[in-house]
Design a protein around this ligand. Structure first.
Ligand SMILES: Nc1ncnc2c1ncn2[C@@H]1O[C@H](COP(=O)(O)OP(=O)(O)OP(=O)(O)O)[C@@H](O)[C@H]1O
Ligand SMILES: [Mg+2]
Length: 258
């Protein structure tokens, strides 16, 4: 018998890793995030850009579970996690690096990453966690600093540690908040390569970034926020040619160096 194989279209095969539906967050009189809807597909690198105060970090806080939304829903890997804690989302496969890095300052660099490895998936033994931490220090260029106390690191090294700690939890989706800020161009290129290698290992990445060349080089798709709302979505070329996006950046400090 000849098997007739059914080939579903490429579109229907795309797995959705993150789906935000009408997410809003109110702080008193301010709607910091307003009715934000977007979809991220498996393997995709998605950038969230927008002028200062646009609501990007607040959105990330809604995704990672730091805040509960005032309204809206969030699905992670097909599951509604709207009411779930940061820890539960982490166990479910969501990793996150913060804009303001906060390692345990008195612990060594290696210990900090080991904690991440223990925290992420249940059932990881301490030797496994320690070994994974060493691997990640190699990948993030921190191996030579493994035994330093975290407070001895430079800004660049701090950012790498933050990414290593997030990766240690073995996420399927990694959220990064301005991990390239303050880096020199050569350092930013290294960070770009690191994010690419993370994508290459099968992780979907959602990142917030002000440095436009980095967004251009990395993002498969860009979501643009202004005053809490999504004002555009598309490729880097599409969004940077969008008059509403150009207007949102007019007169801002960072500008839109497209
Ligand atoms: N915890 C909070 N309480 C009250 N207002 C807040 C809080 N967090 C953020 N905001 C306000 O919400 C708005 C969006 O802030 P958010 O930090 O999300 O912006 P952002 O896009 O990340 O900006 P930046 O590019 O400067 O990091 C701002 O007006 C900010 O002052
Ligand atoms: Mg921010």
């Amino acid at each position: 018998m000849t098997a007739v194989s059914f080939q579903p279209s490429a579109v229907s095969q795309k797995e959705v890793v993150l789906r935000a539906e009408g997410l809003s967050k109110r702080f008193g009189g301010l709607l910091a995030v307003q009715n934000v809807t977007f979809t991220q597909y498996a393997g995709e690198i998605l950038a969230v850009i927008g002028p200062n105060g646009a609501g990007k970090t607040t959105l990330l806080n809604l995704l990672s579970g730091v805040y509960r939304p005032t309204s809206g829903r969030l699905h992670l890997l097909g599951r509604d996690v709207t009411g779930e804690s940061m820890e539960a989302r982490c166990h479910a496969g969501l990793g996150r690096a913060f804009q303001i890095v906060r390692p345990f300052p008195e612990m060594t660099v290696h210990e900090n990453v080991t904690v991440g490895a223990l925290f992420g998936k249940s059932g990881v033994t301490l030797p496994e966690a320690r070994e994974r931490a060493y691997d990640l220090l190699e990948r993030t260029g921190l191996a030579a600093h493994a035994d330093k106390a975290a407070h001895e690191l430079t800004l660049l090294q701090d950012k790498r540690l933050e990414v290593a700690r997030a990766l240690a939890t073995q996420p399927r989706v990694l959220l990064l908040d301005e991990v390239m800020a303050g880096l020199r161009p050569a350092e930013a290129q290294e960070a770009v390569a690191l994010v690419r290698s993370v994508q290459g290992s099968g992780v979907s990445v959602l990142f917030i970034e002000h440095i436009m060349p980095v967004v251009r080089d990395l993002a498969d798709r860009v979501v643009v926020m202004d005053q809490g709302q999504v004002i555009a979505e598309g490729t880097y070329r599409e969004v940077t040619a969008n008059p509403q996006v150009v207007a949102a950046y007019l007169g801002t400090e960072e500008g839109l160096q497209a």
